[in-house]
Design a protein around this ligand. Structure first.
Ligand code: HEM
Length: 404
């Protein structure tokens, strides 16, 4: 049995330059630890690699926040969690299987590989705009617009609306530590849902060759409800942009903070795929972990968990587990065997994994090729995003040698 020490989740954990010593201490305290959350309530955090793997497939752990007895289900009320449109991320089989199947064809490695020339074109045009300037904010000028343009094109969402849904998405991902933040998140979810529902009506009137049109057609054939359709579109838009922005920003920052690794990648560009895997392992966007709810009383690594309790499978802690990774705190872009859990594991394994990898590799490869003498700006520090489900950067000021 693990002892019953309760840890406090630090308020600034996502914004720390290095949050891993805290996760390390948690892992050393025992495999499953009770953590008081910032907004009240508690969760059990699972920190060891093997236990996180086991827990992702545990039949008593659900992805559905409406699980009876869970904090989210208890707070379900009109306008609260109960109104959240369902998506594959927050459902279990058989609904999960049906919802995932409807979109999985758009994200197979083959379909995604076919996007390579277009992703490269977008990356190049973004760099064309900043190359003559000699300085840029790599988040606003590059890491953000690249995945947003790609997911908008895939879904068929007008790119000119991106400013609007970027704000909604940021509000939705803020932890609901204060009632105002929770209300803003609910409002943003409702606004984005409303925007996408209108767009679906337009796609039905004017079908196009995009994912939203395909989902609208599946809706008409009763393969998914209107709420599920909107939930799926919201999920893809948010998952498809926030996380990859963070991968590109953090990956670039890590290289600039580790000049030996940067030099090596310049000399051996064939290491790009393994470098991206290492960025995901070393400081992935879903740092704290993925959330599950206990469907019934269960034991996890010797710890009793009661029905309805929240369990966080800490992918960030698992990815630094010395029981699984050699020198886990060393950034090694040539790491040979890197079975990290940054993209999840099991049934809910990231549907956009191939796309995220493609975007990360093209983005970082293009930066290194096209911006000579890339360096952190001297008088301006990178700023981390406000606390959010996703860890990443709000700004990354850099300088480089201007080119025409
Ligand atoms: C699921 C991470 C990019 C779409 C997940 C999960 C993780 C994750 C950890 C598992 C959640 C769970 O088990 O509860 C990431 C990271 C990304 C990334 C780190 C970028 C570096 C993307 C992109 C898309 C996407 C580009 C789509 C365009 C999804 C979807 C799911 C998912 C739809 C739900 C899958 C399911 O429930 O079956 N992602 N993701 N992700 N991701 Fe990603």
């Amino acid at each position: 049995m693990s002892d019953l020490i309760t840890h406090q989740l630090p308020a600034d954990i996502e914004q720390r330059r290095d949050p891993y010593p805290w996760l390390d201490r948690l892992r050393r305290s025992g495999p499953v630890q009770r953590v008081e959350l910032r907004g009240g309530g508690h969760a059990w955090m699972v920190t060891r690699y093997d236990d996180v793997m086991t827990a992702t497939a545990h039949p008593s752990l659900s992805s559905d926040p409406r699980t009876p007895g869970s904090a989210a289900s208890l707070s379900a009320r009109p306008g609260g969690d109960g109104r959240r449109p369902p998506s594959m991320l927050t459902t279990d089989p058989p609904d999960h299987t049906r919802l995932r199947q409807l979109v999985s064809r758009a994200f197979t490695p083959r379909r995604v590989a076919a996007l390579r020339p277009r992703v490269q074109q977008i990356a190049d045009s973004l760099i064309d705009a900043v190359a003559p300037l000699g300085r840029a904010d790599l988040v606003a000028d590059f890491a953000l617009p690249l995945p947003v343009a790609v997911i908008c094109e895939l879904l068929g969402v007008p790119f000119e609306d991106r400013g609007q849904f970027g704000r909604w998405s940021a509000d939705m991902l803020s932890p609901p530590v204060a009632p105002a933040a929770a209300a803003a998140a609910e409002q943003a979810r409702a606004d984005l849902g409303g925007y996408l529902a209108d767009l679906v009506v337009r796609k039905r009137a004017e079908p196009a060759d995009d994912l939203l049109t395909a989902l609208a057609a599946a809706g008409e054939e009763n393969r998914l409800s209107d709420a599920e359709l909107v939930g799926t579109a919201v999920l893809l838009l948010v998952a498809g942009h926030e996380t990859t922005v963070s991968l590109i920003g953090t990956g670039t920052l890590l290289l600039l903070l580790h000049p030996d690794q940067l030099d090596r990648l310049r000399r051996e560009p064939a290491l790009l795929p393994s470098a991206v895997e290492e960025f995901l392992r070393y400081d992935g966007p879903v740092m704290l972990g993925v959330v599950r709810y206990a469907r019934e009383d269960l034991h996890l690594a010797g710890t009793a968990i009661a029905a309805g309790e929240t369990v966080v499978l800490s992918t960030g802690a698992a990815n630094r587990d010395p029981g699984r990774f050699d020198r886990p705190d060393v950034l090694d872009i040539a790491r040979a065997h890197n079975p990290h859990l940054a993209l999840g594991h099991g049934l809910h394994y990231c549907l956009g994994a191939a796309l995220a990898r493609l975007e990360g590799q093209i983005a970082i490869g293009t930066l290194l090729r096209r911006l000579p003498a890339l360096a952190l700006a001297v008088n301006e520090e990178a700023v981390r995003r406000r606390p959010s489900v996703i860890r990443g950067l709000a700004t990354l000021p850099v300088t480089f040698t201007p080119t025409a």
